[in-house]
Design a protein around this ligand. Structure first.
Ligand SMILES: [Zn+2]
Length: 247
């Protein structure tokens, strides 16, 4: 495994207006990467850990953007990058990671199935064969050739892909993984893959990086398989309560 300092340089945010005139919808081309590393740092006190979270949009007009709790989030996956005998297990593992975030966040999450998705490496987007779904997270397993940002040591990318600027509501997300890493580690180091899935979903849900390895959102992959105090506090702070419902 490679040991590197956290967070390789990310491409600059490129926000383009696109979509209905009533609300400004931004296509988000800002990615955060997860790298392979050996976690070593000691965790700070538990009381500090709950504050250990950031918005994906660290500052600026989209800071604090999150998904709305009004409707279920759906997700679909393209598993063609995985060997046949790993596909089912990885979909199940990814679904478990989604469920962890959903219960921490008070969100409903539904799997819509497998589908073919094409990766647009310039826009960091997965495109379905048809109009893109709203309130949906697209997931795929790709090679560095298909997604150059997945070159070693990066093993995953996750980001919100559409945000309504007016309300700072995230309405779409993209998550991609280096297929070769998942194919190998899925069998030999399953906890690393679980950590990876949780981390990238966290980005798609609007979280940035955390400082402590006690939180999933720390930018180096370890073997954490559950959300930390900062992850939970962070996602609760981002999710937008549905107007008119008791929270
Ligand atoms: Zn990350």
């Amino acid at each position: 495994m490679t040991t590197r300092p956290p967070l390789p340089a990310s491409p600059a945010p490129a926000l383009a207006s696109r979509g209905p005139s009533r609300v400004l919808v931004l296509a988000v081309a800002l990615v955060a990467t997860l790298i392979l590393a050996s976690p070593a740092a000691a965790a700070p006190a538990p009381s500090r850990l709950a504050d250990d979270h950031t918005s994906f949009f660290a500052d600026g007009p989209l800071a604090g953007s999150g998904w709305s709790a009004c409707r279920a989030i759906t997700w679909s996956v393209d598993v063609r990058g995985l060997p046949d005998d790993r596909r089912r297990a990885e979909v199940r593992r990814f679904a478990a990671a989604m469920d962890s975030w959903a219960s921490a966040a008070g969100l409903d999450v539904d799997f819509t199935g497998r589908e073919r998705l094409d990766y647009d490496a310039r826009a960091y987007l997965l495109r379905p064969n048809g109009p893109p779904r709203e309130r949906h997270v697209y997931v795929s397993f790709l090679t560095p050739r298909q997604a150059p940002l997945l070159a070693p040591p990066v093993v995953g990318l996750g980001n919100p892909s559409r945000v309504i600027a007016e309300t700072r509501e995230i309405t779409a997300g993209v998550v991609v993984f280096r297929s070769g890493f998942v194919a190998a580690a899925g069998r030999r180091e399953p906890d690393r893959v679980r950590h990876l899935y949780l981390h990238e979903i966290g980005h798609a849900l609007g979280l940035g990086h955390a400082e402590s390895t006690a939180n999933i959102m720390h930018p180096a992959i370890g073997t954490r398989t559950s959300l930390g105090p900062g992850d939970r506090a962070g996602i609760r702070s981002l999710v937008q309560a549905c107007p008119g419902t008791a929270q």
